[in-house]
Design a protein around this ligand. Structure first.
Ligand code: SAM
Length: 253
């Protein structure tokens, strides 16, 4: 099928699904986070920062998925030189628990930075064996860290990544990013359906995060894609599939 006809057919199909109000996972395509936020359906909570959103996908995130292994590889490799790690968007400590069998966590201070509702839930769920896990809901309160981990944060992060790093007390020597959702065209913000809530979800232009790392003084030492997470926005399939990416970066000396 010629490209234009295919695009028109996909557009018509997507809008038909939108008009029917089908309960899809991704709905709408907006130019900015705030525009998406303004389109959240009445009766739904807006965004992640609610007590009733904390349990959504909790078990799933607490498992080790195939796409966590590049992060685990880099954590194991860097661990001998790391004493403190900030896990931005670390939820209730899901990756601390998922990675526990493979890392010597007793010699690593693992500080989760997340939104207040998630930090409340994380503190309430602390177990005796989570000896080196702690939580902050202000990045400024995190101790100076050797490594910044942001796994699955970038789709949901409202502020520019440079600003997030700028709020740390010092630039960490290492940055590990995973599940950065990208596309070849301009950044698009859609709404992810969490059942109780709708959450703005960013598919960033593919150059955005590498450019931010470069501007912050980092060099990318490794990158990967996660092909089995690729998806379309169901109401806007003509925008194409996004690509999930990960990056390991080191502060240039
Ligand atoms: C999909 S979860 C990622 C959980 C886990 N890191 C993982 O890889 O599975 C996204 C997390 O980002 C958090 N988040 C969203 N916006 C944030 C912000 N501005 N600051 C800190 N955390 C944020 C959410 O609360 C949520 O815990």
């Amino acid at each position: 099928m010629p490209d234009l006809v295919k695009k028109l057919a996909l557009t018509a199909y997507g809008r038909f699904r939108a008009l029917r109000g089908e309960p899809v996972r991704f709905r709408g395509a907006f130019a900015s986070y705030d525009e998406a936020l303004a389109k959240i359906r009445p009766g739904r909570l807006a965004g992640y920062d609610h007590d009733s959103v904390a349990p959504v996908s909790l078990e799933f995130m607490q498992e080790r998925a195939p796409w966590d292994y590049p992060v685990l590889y880099w954590l194991q490799r860097l661990a001998p030189g790391i004493r403190c790690l900030v896990d931005a968007g670390g939820h209730v400590g899901v990756k601390y628990r998922a990675f526990a069998p493979y890392l010597d966590l007793d010699r690593l201070q693992w500080v989760v930075y997340d939104l207040p509702a998630l930090v409340r839930a994380g503190r309430a769920q602390l177990r005796p064996q989570d000896r080196t896990l702690s939580f902050v809901d202000r990045l400024e309160d995190a101790p100076p860290a050797d490594l910044l981990l942001a796994s699955g944060l970038l789709p949901y992060l409202r502020e520019p990544f440079e600003e997030l790093v700028g709020r740390l007390r010092a630039k960490p020597r290492h940055v590990l990013l995973n599940k950065v959702v990208t596309r070849d065209g301009p950044t698009v913000v859609t709404l992810e359906n969490f059942g109780v809530a709708e959450v703005p979800y960013q598919m960033r232009n593919v150059r955005e995060v590498p450019a931010a790392l470069e501007a912050l003084g980092y060099e990318i030492v490794d990158e990967w894609t996660i092909d089995n997470l690729a998806h379309r926005i169901q109401t806007h399939p003509e925008l194409g599939r996004c690509t999930y990416r990960g990056y390991a970066a080191r502060l240039k000396s």
